[in-house]
Design a protein around this ligand. Structure first.
Ligand code: PSV
Ligand code: MN
Length: 431
């Protein structure tokens, strides 16, 4: 396997961190033991955690207004894989990459597989893109794609999704994520029911092209770019469509795609209860900005989501395997640093949720003890599991402190020289 950051440097970094890490780990272990929890089991659990990287996330993203490219950005899908390889090497929590077509278009999927394998990476869900026009495309998506009033536009959008399935198949993916920006900007612009009927008709054709062991994940989003009525705006519509399509259709929850204050953990519980929770795009949001770093605004919400996931896992065991992906846009940070810290934040919520004393919680709930129920959750959330996460990384050969180690490696400065920006480079971020 090719290592992108010098392993000697990682070892040196870890050796310098180790004395303090052991002190903190032992202290936390003692505290957890008093609560009847085994730190070693929690560290082993942390090592099972995996979240996929969005290929588009390693480029500097942007807002709707501007993009401020950073130096040394990846200029093609191979360079994106290289950056993802760095994140995986230093965190060991991101073993797969989620590609987006046609941004990551390739006529040689075998080469992609080979390069990814070199960096210890596999491929997660593939994403289609019918929310912008591509060069040379016959029909425009200006007025929608899977829901368009034009049959020719719908056929083009369906064909693109089927191409994505074919590519994904060659890469070893097992699911297609479909997000469409289709909708209306004006009342009366389109018939609300008619648009959803056309969406379902298009999705039936895509569904029919799924291999036997594949899923299609329907991603909802409240608004943007359709500001009046987005066709797949909420989990209810997503659920109804997944249900209408069949067992291989599930719902994907992008945390940033909800109105402020929405109870996302309840959406998670509902979708799981009815067997339709297919996956996540993790990020954070304050107002309508849907792609902030995971856990940067509301880490308690992230914890509460994982608390629901722990509840489902307890009920359903190993059959419950939703896809975990990050989906963020980085306008003011180094994307590699943001993705590493987000992966760690999601892993943190996963481990904190495992600290919840579920028997005590059930007891308090049954006794209608609202205060103690809430305290049981808060007790787990307030526990700083950083030493567990660091120990899990060090034992896996990753970095005790991924961002510090990355900064010390000079990787970005090296890439600034090796990857001079070129005009018309492939889109490496969200613009
Ligand atoms: C849309 O906002 C979204 O969340 C979808 O997942 C897209 O595929 C992704 O962002 C990239 O634009
Ligand atoms: Mn998303």
């Amino acid at each position: 396997m090719t290592t992108l950051i010098d392993t000697g440097l990682v070892a040196e970094h870890n050796a310098a961190a180790e004395a303090h890490l052991w002190n903190d780990y032992d202290a936390l272990g003692g505290m957890l033991a008093r609560r009847g929890q085994d730190i070693e089991q929690l560290t082993a659990l942390a090592q099972t955690f995996a979240v996929a990287l969005p290929s588009w996330g390693v480029g500097t993203g942007g807002t709707r207004f501007a993009r401020f490219p950073g130096g040394g950005e990846p200029r093609n899908v191979f360079e994106k894989l290289e950056d993802c390889g760095v994140i995986q090497q230093l965190t060991r929590a991101t073993p797969t990459v989620s590609l987006h077509f046609p941004w990551d278009a390739t006529d040689d999927p075998a080469a992609l597989r080979e390069v990814a394998g070199r960096f210890g990476l596999g491929f997660d869900t593939v994403n289609s893109n019918t929310f912008q026009d591509q060069q040379g495309q016959a029909q425009t998506y200006k007025y929608g794609s899977l829901t368009a009033s034009s049959a020719a536009v719908r056929a083009q959008a369906v064909a693109h999704n089927i191409d994505c399935i074919e590519l994904g198949r060659a890469l070893g993916s097992k699911a297609l994520t479909v997000w469409v920006g289709d909708g209306a900007n004006f009342p009366g612009q389109h018939n609300l029911r008619g648009a959803l009927e056309r969406y379902l008709e298009s999705m039936r054709d895509i569904y029919a092209a799924l291999p036997a062991d594949w899923n299609v994940l329907i991603e909802h989003k409240l608004f943007e770019p359709a500001f009046y009525a987005t066709t797949i705006a909420d989990w209810g519509t997503s659920y109804a469509c997944a249900n209408a399509l069949g067992p291989k259709a599930k719902c994907l929850v992008d945390l940033g795609h909800h109105a402020p204050n929405t109870n996302i953990e309840m959406i998670v519980a509902r979708l799981a209860q009815f067997g339709k929770l297919g996956g996540f795009h993790f990020n954070d949001s304050k107002y309508g900005d849907d792609d902030l770093d995971s856990g940067s605004i509301n880490p308690f919400q992230l914890f509460l989501i994982f608390n629901e996931l722990a509840d489902v896992a307890e009920r359903e065991g190993k059959d419950f395997q939703p896809s975990y992906m990050l989906d963020q846009s980085h306008n003011v940070t180094d994307p590699i640093e943001s993705l590493m810290s987000s992966a760690v934040e999601v892993q943190r919520a996963f481990v904190q949720a495992a600290l919840v004393d579920r028997a005590a919680l059930l007891h308090h709930q049954q006794n209608n003890d609202a205060l103690q129920s809430a305290q049981t959750l808060k007790h787990a959330f307030r526990t700083d599991v950083s030493p567990i996460l660091a120990m899990a990384r060090v034992r896996a050969g990753a970095a005790a402190d991924p961002v510090a180690c990355y900064r010390a490696s000079g990787y970005r400065a090296g890439k600034q020289e090796a990857r001079p920006a070129k005009a018309g480079a492939s889109s490496s971020g969200i613009v």
